[in-house]
Design a protein around this ligand. Structure first.
Ligand code: FAD
Length: 400
């Protein structure tokens, strides 16, 4: 048995697990580490991460950090890992894993043996297949955020390729920094796929009111240092930011023969196709209790799946069954969303939409599939409870 951590009692049933390795020191990996110690796992625990920083919060990078309102936050300082007897290997990439022998090989050449392995390698920014794409700015980690922050200066013209969450948040931050912001969206409206046409129009109008230029139906054909080439000519830019989504970081798993299809495939206990190997967070396509196979690229999911994976690795009876949740902050559009809507759902609004304080309900055949609170706080748990219920729409309120 490995050395025990002082103050942590070994819990019955997990004594035969002597070594747990977590690859990917992001939010999911860090939450798994935290939960393992909270649950009484006292064996060897190693957290391996490519980035030089210990795990930190990413959402701030496109918001407060980019605007210069706040620094980015670590989930725990380095001392915490030492206090909890966690071997934290930052700046270290796992190069290969071998499920047959239960080992992970690091780029340094060191091999780590595991009884349980969690892959929490997250995702990387998608690079569009157009000439010059490499010359653009991307925003996935704090190194990207620092570079971008330096590049966005008052008066500069920032062109965002992609009108998704990150693109719109960066546009809002650019305006706050006194820069011009131009959003190029391929579809009819930014966010239309998630919010539906009416709410997508509302968010787009908010951006326009704040001076963001939103161009829709744009096909980007090339990226240059001084602009973006489109089917309709070149759009001048001082800074081009590409925010066209992410690609799950599945390289390790694939090379090890683990089943991958748009992410690492895991069951309701986050188990991969390889024995004793689990996956969680942005990288995992997980079997949800009622919603089918889902890959969720959001903060709350990384936290909850990190916790769930830790419990599952210790043999607890847990399963993936919560409704997806995410949040954003862009101008007055500050919201939390829970559930999973579809473009054909009926949207019911309650409250004061022009005043940016309202609740949106998505109804499918009379049943609430998703809810969003905008500018109204401490009600998301109530919304969560309403999902799956079929109330008379007249009884729906703004929950205040
Ligand atoms: C700018 C930005 C803003 C966001 N804003 C929001 C928001 O407002 N609301 C919201 O809900 N979500 C938001 N998100 C999404 C949220 O941050 C992610 O869903 C979450 O961070 C995913 O956590 P993860 O641990 O699964 O992966 P990640 O955070 O991507 O961490 C994975 C880590 O694994 C490392 N890694 C990869 N391969 C290896 C390897 N072979 N060896 C070692 N290490 C490896 C990576 O370097 C990375 O550090 C935002 C994301 C970004 C980038």
């Amino acid at each position: 048995m490995a050395d025990h951590v002082e103050g942590i009692e070994d819990v019955e049933g997990i004594g035969d697990i002597e070594s747990i390795v977590i690859v990917g020191a992001g939010l999911a990996g860090a939450k798994a580490v935290e939960t393992l110690r909270e649950e009484g796992y006292a064996g060897t625990l190693t957290l391996v991460g490519s980035e030089p920083e210990p795990p930190y919060e990413r959402p701030q990078l496109s918001k407060e950090f980019l605007k210069g309102d706040a620094d980015f936050s670590l989930l725990h300082d380095e001392a915490w890992y030492a206090e909890h007897d966690v071997r934290l290997l930052t700046g270290t990439t796992a190069a290969a894993l071998d499920p047959a022998t239960g080992t992970v090989r690091l780029e340094s050449g060191e091999s780590l043996a595991y009884d349980r392995l969690l892959i929490a390698t997250g995702a990387r920014a998608r690079v569009p297949q157009v000439p010059g794409a490499d010359s653009a700015y991307f925003l996935r980690d704090v190194t990207d955020a620092r570079r971008l922050k330096e590049a966005i200066t008052p008066g500069s013209r920032v062109v965002l390729v992609g009108g998704g969450w990150i693109g719109l948040e960066v546009a809002a931050a650019a305006r706050a920094l006194g820069a011009q912001a131009v959003v190029l969206e391929r579809g009819e409206l930014p966010l239309a796929g998630v919010l539906g046409p009416d709410l997508a129009r509302y968010v787009t109008d908010l951006h326009i009111q704040h001076g963001v230029e939103v161009r829709t139906g744009v096909t980007v054909t090339g990226i240059r240092l001084d602009g973006v080439e489109t089917g309709d000519g070149t759009i001048a830019a001082d800074v081009v930011v590409v925010a066209t989504g992410v690609v799950p970081e599945t390289t390790l798993a694939e090379a090890a023969g683990i089943s991958v299809n748009g992410g690492i495939i895991v069951d309701q206990q986050l188990r991969t196709s390889a024995p004793n190997v689990y996956a969680a967070g942005d990288v995992a396509v997980a079997r949800h209790a009622t919603l089918g196979a889902l890959r969720v690229e959001h903060w709350d999911n990384a936290i909850r799946q990190g916790e769930l994976a830790a419990q599952a690795m210790l043999g607890r009876h847990v399963s993936y069954d919560w409704q997806p949740y995410f949040f954003t902050d862009q101008f007055e559009f500050s919201m939390e969303y829970v559930g999973r809507s579809a473009p054909e759902d009926q949207v019911v609004i309650r409250g004061n939409q022009p005043g940016n304080e309202f609740i949106a309900y998505w109804l499918r055949d009379g049943t609430i599939a998703a809810g969003m609170n905008v500018g109204i706080w401490d009600v998301n748990d109530t919304l969560r409870k309403l999902i799956g219920t079929s109330p008379d729409p007249d009884t729906l309120t703004d929950l205040r």
